[in-house]
Write a protein that binds this ligand. Structure first.
Ligand SMILES: Nc1ncnc2c1ncn2[C@@H]1O[C@H](COP(=O)(O)OP(=O)(O)OP(=O)(O)O)[C@@H](O)[C@H]1O
Ligand SMILES: [Mg+2]
Length: 255
């Protein structure tokens, strides 16, 4: 019995999850489990439900049908504030607190948790700035004084500094140049390996999806149409959209 429980205890499990907005079915009967420590990349055309699916994990969206389990517990049964403490969320064009410095933004959650231990918060901020590749001299700047790529790093550091078990990332590297992007990808891979955190990462970039994910989820029209290894997606993409992305990639490599 104990074994059975361990075997079924995914970090995140979607059980026949459906979400509608009026006439639009944003999520259509999604049924899959994300293993503890997995790095899942999510790809599909615009409007296919990627962001909505992520938001069901931290209860920003509640399913109309089915349920989402986080470490075996239904989001409908969890206190959303507590849930969001263990589930980090880094979104595109990350919304930093404009009136707080970089240090205060990253230290926001740690300072709530360690109210009597400011040194600990200070150390956590230094550690995460270093890990996401932010120079220490940016610590006292305000968000308006950062480049787009720096602001994205601050958003990622802030999400990570809260020590989440699960990290939701919605096209987090979309606004940065190719070189910054590659270094952020490398840093994220490194952080994932170091911390064993479970990552759900939405991207429009097939290279990023195949390179970062140990599982790739392909979505179309709200449905999860493929959930498998990068190699399998490359050889047998489940949708015309992903096939086009993959074909372009294959033709580039063939040149
Ligand atoms: N709050 C909302 N109210 C009404 N419709 C919504 C809402 N949120 C999402 N939708 C609709 O649900 C569908 C899925 O949206 P979602 O944002 O999940 O797509 P996405 O895959 O993240 O797209 P993109 O790649 O453009 O970010 C879309 O048709 C969208 O218009
Ligand atoms: Mg989206």
């Amino acid at each position: 019995m104990a074994n059975e429980q361990t075997a079924t205890m995914a970090a995140v499990a979607f059980e026949h999850v459906t979400k509608r907005f009026g006439d639009v079915t944003a999520i259509d009967d999604v049924n899959l489990a994300v293993e503890e420590g997995a790095f899942v990349t999510i790809i599909g055309s615009s409007g296919c439900g990627k962001t909505t699916l992520l938001k069901t994990v931290n209860a920003l969206v509640m399913p109309d049908e089915g349920r989402v389990l986080v470490h075996g517990r239904a989001t409908s049964k969890l206190n959303p504030i507590e849930l969001r403490r263990s589930v980090g969320y880094a979104i595109q064009g990350s919304v930093l607190f404009p009136h707080l410095t970089v240090r205060q933004n990253i230290g926001y959650v740690p300072s709530l948790l360690n109210q009597r231990d400011r040194v600990r918060t200070h150390e956590a901020v230094e550690k995460w700035m270093d890990l996401v590749g932010l120079p220490a001299e940016l610590a006292e700047r305000f968000p308006a004084e950062l480049s787009g790529g720096q602001a994205q790093r601050v958003g990622i550091a802030r999400a990570l500094a809260a020590s989440p078990d699960i990290l939701l990332m919605d096209e987090p590297f979309s606004a940065v140049d190719a070189i910054t992007r590659t270094s952020l990808q490398d840093e994220l891979k490194h952080i994932h390996q170091q911390t064993g955190i479970t990552v759900l990462f939405v991207t429009h970039d097939i290279d990023e999806a195949l390179d970062l994910g140990d599982r790739v989820l392909v979505m179309e029209g709200g449905r999860a149409v493929q959930y498998t290894t990068p190699g399998e997606v490359l050889h047998a993409p489940a949708t015309a959209f992903v096939e086009r992305l993959v074909t372009r990639k294959q033709s580039v490599y063939a040149r």
